[in-house]
Design a binder for this molecule. Structure first.
Ligand SMILES: NC(=O)c1ccc[n+]([C@@H]2O[C@H](COP(=O)([O-])OP(=O)(O)OC[C@H]3O[C@@H](n4cnc5c(N)ncnc54)[C@H](OP(=O)(O)O)[C@@H]3O)[C@@H](O)[C@H]2O)c1
Length: 260
């Protein structure tokens, strides 16, 4: 398939779909399928200085309509999309496929209209009235731990499927095991920074998609693509650039995570 610049296409153009299909057809991705876990991608939009929100963690869309289109393409290729508890607490959105033509193709393949919406929450301190829970078309799964009270588990079982791990913290591998048992082959992680960091630290990320948006957000306390304690020189994940495409003032980057 010839390489094309994404900026040549309009938002509903087919290049986005081709771009993603190539990702999944790559031989290294095929190799990942032999692993005893789902393929894991991360997708994040960030400012040019690497922040994924403001220091007040305001709710807004960093990316353009084209970024949202690519986000939907990635979601459509995924069996499950995972977010951290704080992204749900702050933003609260259902993880949907918003573009009708992308959703149509997914349904034609016999899939649900939207990927399974998954949140990782240690103690189920979650806002039950947010769209994540009230949206009627999405399947919902909460992965939690024995730190969650029985009362909260019963409450959220009315809104979502709840998987309670016999631990005090959620290890990314345990979350993937839960998803694997449900048949998930492709998992998309959509942040925030602490959750992404946990997946990187556990060496469970195969690819990362980053949209660089034309903003400077600054702020020592503003969240980034990977937060947590951070990595050191010898142990940080290395990336191999698979593609970079410009559209207007945004750049769409796709990296493969190098083997450690
Ligand atoms: N620009 C983007 O693409 C993008 C995408 C997503 C989010 N965001 C932004 O990121 C901010 C929210 O994210 P955040 O950085 O505060 O946190 P987050 O990663 O969404 O959530 C972190 C929380 O998830 C729970 N968790 C469960 N298991 C975990 C594990 N193994 N590792 C890490 N966390 C685990 C913990 O909460 P409990 O202890 O309560 O379980 C933890 O405090 C918002 O401002 C949002 O807008 C931006």
């Amino acid at each position: 398939m010839p390489r094309r610049n994404i900026s040549e296409e309009n938002v509903s153009g087919t290049v986005a779909a081709c771009y993603i299909v190539r990702t999944h057809d790559h031989p290294l991705v095929a190799m990942q399928r032999k692993l005893n876990r789902p393929h894991v991608s991360i997708n994040m939009a960030m400012s040019a200085d690497g922040k994924v929100s403001t220091y007040k963690r305001e709710t807004f869309s960093l990316g353009s309509a084209k970024d949202r289109y690519l986000m939907d393409v990635l979601r459509a290729k995924s069996d499950a999309v995972v977010i951290g508890a704080r992204t749900l607490q702050l933003d609260g959105w259902a993880i949907r496929i918003r573009y009708a033509e992308i959703q149509k193709k997914r349904i034609e393949k016999g899939l649900t209209p939207h990927p399974l919406n998954v949140v990782l929450s240690t103690d189920l301190d979650l806002p039950a009235k947010r769209e994540f829970f009230t949206h009627r078309e999405t399947g919902k799964l909460i992965i939690t731990t024995r730190s969650a009270s029985a009362t909260r588990v019963r409450r959220f079982e009315k809104l979502a499927e709840v998987a309670v791990l016999p631990r005090k913290r959620i290890r990314p591998q345990d979350a993937l095991d839960v998803l694997s048992k449900r048949g998930a082959k492709r998992v998309l992680v959509e942040g925030g920074g602490p959750l992404n960091y946990a997946f990187f630290k556990a060496n469970l990320v195969d690819e990362i998609y980053i949209t660089v948006t034309p903003r400077i957000l600054g702020g020592t306390d503003a969240p980034t693509v990977a937060d947590g304690k951070g990595f050191l020189l010898d142990t940080h994940p290395r990336l191999e650039l698979v593609s970079s495409r410009r559209s207007g003032d945004e750049v769409f980057l796709r990296y493969r995570v190098a083997k450690r």
